[in-house]
Design a protein around this ligand. Structure first.
Ligand SMILES: [Fe+2]
Length: 392
């Protein structure tokens, strides 16, 4: 080690110890929030204001102390080395299905990482002592309960009103069905509008993100996958909770790739065709085939009687036949900013299953058992304004 570098590190440590300079403490800028919950794991995502080396510890809800040095520490690594950036995505594995857990996040700020053989760290702190009530999925659970919001378009007050009264213990996850923001010129803005208004709720309740067409817009659109996670690492994936099997699909942009709005940047036809090939295999998954309820979550619905812009019609022509053949029971969508219910085959549509399009100002509350599925549409004041029930 070069002598001058040694002196630099010693000076930093001395300053830290003697409080001559206040060392930066590890803290959250956004989050944490939970993504990609499965039967055996979940992903904790958050942003720190300073480059930070962090880890997550998990404990069952068994009344034991979080202060147990035997607990496994989960790290974010790249090819074997822990990363110390500002955006953190830490995967927790090895859990049991349908089980409630607590987690804790601990970190230390990189005060000086300029020397490859000696990083100077700030004090290691518990960034949050304990967040309780995160529950893994369970395909054998007797019911599935979730809420859905969409098309918030950065209206934070509206978002806060819509999630008011939601209790973590009453829901398996929250669905964000697209267009939470209007564009992504800055990833920070996307975090602010997607997770900020529901900070308390989403630190323990997993969120399911369905990409909206607006969220592929803006300078930093390509960074959006960093703040989400899914079993496929794509915006299209599938999962199962109790009696419900879900297909999460991404329609991409709503107009043709050659539309002027996209400034020569769109290649969504290729993307949708790749996704379509994935979908044809996904519907063969036994967890999907054998589920009492097969539910599709997609921002742009497969209807053609209302403003069937290019992508909506493409989805009707290419995706809908696969979903009909696969025996889908229900589609939940957004995009139109108004409540629309399309019964099977209504208005000349070719859907063999009901399609419920939620407005931009209401919330859906869904609960399903093996025999019945009910949906309540609740407005910003918490009043039920529509309801649907289906049975087997
Ligand atoms: Fe939209």
């Amino acid at each position: 080690m070069a002598m001058n570098k040694q002196l630099t590190i010693l000076a930093a440590l001395l300053a830290s110890t003697l409080c001559l300079a206040q060392p930066k403490k590890a803290t959250f800028q956004y989050g944490p929030w939970i993504q990609n919950v499965t039967e055996t794991g979940f992903t904790v995502i958050f942003k720190t204001p300073e480059p930070t080396l962090a880890f997550v510890e998990v404990a069952p809800e068994d009344g034991s102390s979080m202060y147990n040095s035997d607990r496994k520490r989960y790290y974010e690594t790249v090819a074997g080395r822990r990363t110390s950036g500002t955006l953190h995505k830490i995967r927790v594995t090895g859990l049991e299905p349908g089980t409630a857990y607590r987690y804790r996040v601990t970190g230390k700020v990189a005060l000086d990482d300029s020397y490859a053989y000696g990083i100077v760290w700030g004090p290691q702190l518990h960034m949050v002592e304990q967040i309780s009530g995160i529950r893994t999925l369970d395909s054998k659970a007797g019911e599935c309960r979730f809420s859905m919001i969409n098309d918030i378009h950065a209206h934070t007050d509206q978002y806060k009103d819509l999630i008011k009264g939601l209790k973590p213990e009453d829901m398996d996850f929250l669905v964000m069905n697209g267009d939470m923001a209007s564009y992504v010129n800055s990833l920070d803005t996307m975090m602010k509008y997607t997770f900020g208004p529901a900070k308390e709720l989403l630190q323990s309740v997993p969120s399911i993100y369905v990409r909206g067409n607006h969220e592929s817009r803006g300078r930093q659109f390509d960074l959006v996958p960093r703040i989400f996670d899914s079993p496929t690492s794509e915006f299209y994936f599938q999962f199962r909770q109790g009696p419900c099997a879900f297909l999460v699909l991404d329609g991409g942009e709503d107009k043709t790739d050659s539309s002027g709005e996209y400034s020569d940047t769109a290649d969504f036809d290729t993307y949708r065709n790749t996704e379509l090939e994935w979908l044809k295999e996904a519907v063969k998954n036994p967890e999907f085939v054998n589920a009492p309820w097969r539910i599709v979550l997609i921002h742009i619905p497969t209807i053609s009687h209302i403003t069937p812009w290019y992508t909506q019609q493409w989805l009707c022509d290419n995706v809908l036949p696969v979903l009909n053949e696969a025996g889908v029971d229900l589609m939940l969508s957004g995009h139109h900013h108004k409540y629309i219910y399309v019964a099977p085959g209504a208005e000349g549509n070719k859907n063999a299953f009901p399609i419920l399009i939620n407005s931009n100002v209401d919330r859906l509350d869904c609960s399903a058992s093996a025999k019945s599925l009910s949906i309540k549409v609740v407005n910003r004041e918490g009043k039920e304004i529509h309801s649907h029930s289906f049975s087997k």
